[in-house]
Design a binder for this molecule. Structure first.
Ligand SMILES: [Zn+2]
Length: 233
């Protein structure tokens, strides 16, 4: 289990590993048990959890006490409520954790190339500010996800990132690679989030076999890690 925002005591921000088992909801009853076991390991017992359905969209939803366990058609969740735990699952996409420890707002984003290209990072920060977050105190942690060493793209995707050419590498064999984490960090800096408030995991899920990787493993049933964030009461 990986922990983020370690200097703060009043937050749970964690990410599972392969040994915790696949966490993507597939209608499999075992997944519920596995998620429950992981939450317990993270110290989240008997608390409200809210999941994002994840459509590779750019939508952000506010989670509250009335929210269902699964919010549909969203890839990003935010809340100002303590004791509500936000969850997304990823396997190569980047889990992005947001925390404003001063104004008590958290967020969690499932960030793949499509959502990133369509503004999910900017949308999440904007929505956090709408419910009380402030740019100067928002901290962000990018968890493990596919790195620039393995995120190969075709030209059609490249066109969506023409403002971010510094994060594109072209290899001699004509292959094109994109640095999604670099692009997210750049977007956060463009939003005026402080450089020292951004931590970026250098772990590539394709390279590091302690994680599931969709591109590496090409499983018939999606296997994914779970990311969880919530403020302790
Ligand atoms: Zn890699």
């Amino acid at each position: 289990m990986l922990n983020f925002f370690k200097k703060h005591k009043d937050i749970v921000a964690v990410f599972s590993e392969k040994l915790d088992g696949p966490m993507k909801l597939t209608g499999d009853a075992e997944i519920y048990e596995r998620r429950k076991a992981f939450l317990k390991k993270a110290g989240v017992i008997g608390k409200k959890t809210v999941y994002a359905e994840q459509m590779h969209g750019e939508g952000v939803s506010i989670a509250g006490w009335d929210s269902p366990n699964l919010i549909q058609k969203t890839d990003s969740l935010i809340t100002k409520e303590k004791d509500i735990y936000l969850c997304v699952t990823t396997a190569d996409c980047i889990p992005v954790f947001f925390f404003d420890p001063v104004n008590h707002v958290v967020g969690l984003t499932h960030a793949g190339w499509k959502g990133i290209a369509n503004g999910i990072i900017e949308n999440t920060v904007r929505e956090m500010m709408r419910i009380g977050g402030k740019i100067e105190s928002i901290e962000v942690a990018l968890g493990p996800g596919i790195g620039k060493c393995h995120f190969e793209i075709k030209k059609d995707i490249l066109e969506k990132f023409n403002k971010y050419l510094e994060f594109v590498s072209k290899k001699g064999n004509g292959k094109i690679f994109l640095d999604l984490k670099g692009i997210i960090k750049k977007k956060l800096l463009n939003l005026n989030i402080k450089k020292e408030s951004i931590e970026v995991s250098d772990v590539c899920t394709f390279c590091d076999k302690i994680f599931f990787s969709y591109r590496r493993d090409k499983p018939s049933k999606v296997e994914a890690m779970i990311a969880v964030i919530g403020m302790k009461k």
